[in-house]
Design a binder for this molecule. Structure first.
Ligand code: ATP
Ligand code: LTN
Length: 335
């Protein structure tokens, strides 16, 4: 790995089923940028437990998500992949940054407001402090670039704010990270198939709302056939026609073509064909990923080795930043 490269870092919570929204909004950019950056990709299990998880499923899902990162094209010789809880410094820096974060700014976070509405029975402190843990993931590694979907923009702003607040209160310590977010029409916010006013979410209780990376071709076709569109007929990109705009965005992102080329391609064609062709290009993208995934999961030694090496390297790098932070705030070190 080349030390002169800038650092790119991102993570996904092991909840639900990784979906095409996560792929187009985040993972595809990780893969695209990994040769130019020193990449760090995390399965953020400590974030996932802010919502109640079934222990046996969570355990399996962490490995499965790591395998899906690799199957999508993350190269372990280029980038580091690890599981967040394997590096204790994340929780330690999060505690420290909690003492800098304000109650007011955290209570304004949209994701927090949405999640407490959805999980009324479990409005826990972790859910509230979640963006601070995300800031510590990013700041621990002096990250330059954070490729995420649009829904994470506000959290990224907070990470930048906390870095600056710490640097001003003590002395320059953290790099102030930049978000890397595609345009909405290029996949930053893929919409739910059944309710295209909402974003596609991998833990949606209705599986018809998302295409999972591991859905088989028949399921993919069925889900797209049922996708909600509108009562018009022309296939044109109009942000207010959410369903059709979403299908066009999916088509153009998956085929790496422009929206206007996609519109051209579908001129004079009906919605049934649009759905069928979006299903076809999705299947074409996902089948090779699923094949590689099956290989990785059938013999877990390679996967476990990658995660072990990743955690080792991450622990070393994270400890360097954390020691600096502890020293600057006046904690006694050297024992
Ligand atoms: P959950 O439903 O489990 O809360 P999620 O689907 O919102 O999860 P996250 O783990 O919160 O997924 O997000 C992982 C990454 O995928 C983030 O970078 C996020 O911005 C991106 N992402 C999530 N949903 C979409 C979407 N619909 N379109 C584009 N990017 C998305
Ligand atoms: N909060 C993010 C997941 C996440 C993340 C990160 C993304 C946790 N730590 C660090 C980028 C960098 C989400 O998508 N819900």
């Amino acid at each position: 790995m080349n030390d002169k490269k800038k650092t790119m870092l991102s993570g996904i919570q092991p909840s639900g089923h990784l979906c095409i929204g996560n792929y187009l909004g985040a993972i595809k950019n990780w893969v695209r940028l990994q040769n130019d950056y020193d990449g760090i990709f995390i399965v953020v299990d400590l974030h996932a437990i802010t919502v109640r998880q079934k222990p046996a499923e969570l355990r399996k899902r962490c490995l499965s998500f790591a395998a899906q990162y690799l199957a999508c094209g993350i190269d372990p010789n280029e980038s580091i992949i690890f599981i967040q809880s394997h590096v204790p410094a994340h929780a330690e820096l999060a505690w420290t940054l909690n003492t800098l974060a304000h109650m007011g700014e955290l209570s304004r976070m949209t994701q927090y407001k949405d999640k407490i509405k959805k999980h009324q029975a479990n409005i826990n402190v972790g859910l509230f402090a979640y963006p601070v843990l995300m800031a510590s993931d990013i700041l621990l590694y002096q990250s330059d670039l954070v490729p995420v979907g649009e829904d994470q923009k506000q959290h990224l702003e907070l990470s930048r704010e906390l870095a600056e607040r710490f640097n001003n209160a003590y002395s320059p310590t953290f790099k102030v990270p930049e978000a890397f977010i595609m345009k909405q029409s290029a996949g930053a916010r893929i919409r739910s198939l059944q309710d295209p006013t909402k974003k596609m979410s991998k833990s949606d209780e209705n599986p018809n709302n998302y295409i999972a990376l591991l859905d088989d071709p028949d399921t993919i076709l069925k889900k797209f056939k049922r996708a909600v569109t509108d009562s018009e007929t022309e296939i044109k990109y109009d942000e207010n026609r959410h369903g059709v705009a979403n299908l066009l965005t999916l088509y153009s992102s998956l085929t790496d073509s422009s929206l206007s080329d996609a519109e051209q391609h579908f001129q004079g064609i009906g919605y049934a064909q649009l759905k069928k062709q979006v299903a076809d290009v999705t299947i074409e993208t996902l089948v090779p990923i699923q094949k590689r995934y099956d290989e990785l999961m059938s013999e877990k030694t390679e996967l476990e080795k990658i995660l072990k090496n990743g955690a080792e390297e991450a622990r070393y790098r994270a400890r360097k930043t954390l020691s600096k932070v502890y020293r600057k705030i006046g904690l006694v070190g050297g024992f």
